[in-house]
Design a protein around this ligand. Structure first.
Ligand code: MG
Length: 294
């Protein structure tokens, strides 16, 4: 099941893609009596029905909206809380940042967390503002985004999967020079438009757990990053167990699980982004998130 948030006739709604991914079934046709459900509302209502029951409605609904007639938005354009991110969660990426003198290149013994403002998270084919008046070293990071499905705290490793709603693709756009000069990452990761996520959320029933998916990024069609989400240093179960030990997670919370090697800063000389560049982020079984730098 592929879920999306879209704008149609100046109204934002959540919905499902039909089987051939050409049409949208509004969430209100699946969850009766729920006219104004946004994506977080859909996530909260999801467990009131069986996934198979939802699939039958999606696959038999004839009254769909043509995907070409809507603007696809980020699945959760205004997350209720900052996006939770992991730094240095793939070994090959840890090695490549050794070239950055200001970054500690030790393999982390615990997950490195930071948060990213996404207000809004931008969507597929939206423009990323380069902020070129202040940002000189603009970079990309393809990441698997985990969308939390229910309120959870003190979750065991075994229970972690049950907390997940689904997955999406994110590009953790980063101002390396701001990250460095401020000695921590929050501002350099949080400039307006620096959080593209989308195009869709794929429900977890589509993807075997733990996800072992090819993950790649391209800049102007040149392959830059190539990895597999099975190669995380701290896997998704560990992250959810660790985070929920003391922090309650809620439906619609978003976790970015780190990026594999091949970021612009990892090249010698670095290959930073400039206005006009197009970044494509691909994850197997989920799709492609494309954004152009403005
Ligand atoms: Mg990142």
């Amino acid at each position: 099941m592929f879920l999306l948030t879209y704008s149609y006739n100046n109204k934002e709604s959540a919905g499902f893609l039909n089987e051939d991914k050409t049409g949208i079934i509004p969430a209100s046709k699946v969850f009766q009596g729920a006219e104004d459900l946004d994506m977080v509302g859909v996530i909260e209502r999801f467990d009131t029905m069986e996934p198979e029951e939802i699939k039958i409605i999606i696959n038999t609904c004839k009254d769909t909206i043509d995907l070409n007639r809507v603007k696809v938005l980020s699945p959760i354009p205004y997350p209720k809380r900052n996006v939770i991110c992991l730094g240095k969660n793939y070994l090959d990426h840890v090695k490549e940042v050794k070239s950055l003198k200001t970054v500690n290149s030790d393999v982390p013994q615990k997950p490195i967390y930071f948060s990213k403002i996404a207000s809004p998270a931008i969507g597929h084919e939206d423009l990323v503002d380069s902020h070129s008046n202040v940002v000189k070293h603009l970079d990309y990071e393809v990441e698997l985004a985990v969308i939390i499905g229910k309120k959870c705290k003190n979750v065991s490793l075994e229970e972690a999967e049950s907390c997940i709603f689904g997955y999406s693709i994110a590009n953790d756009i980063s101002a390396r020079d701001i990250q460095t000069s401020h000695a921590q990452w929050h501002k350099g990761k949080s400039f307006d438009t620096f959080c593209p996520i989308g195009p869709y959320i794929v429900h977890k029933s589509n993807i075997a757990f733990p996800p072992k998916l090819k993950i790649q990024s391209y800049v102007n069609k040149e392959l830059r990053q190539k990895g597999n989400t099975g190669d995380m240093i701290f896997d998704i179960s560990y992250i959810i167990w660790d985070l929920t030990t003391g922090i309650t997670l809620y439906p619609g919370d978003i976790i970015l699980t780190g990026t594999p090697a091949g970021v612009g800063a990892g090249f010698n000389p670095p290959k930073y982004l400039k206005p006009g560049d197009k970044v494509d982020c691909l994850i197997e079984e989920i799709g492609t998130l494309s954004n152009t730098i403005a």
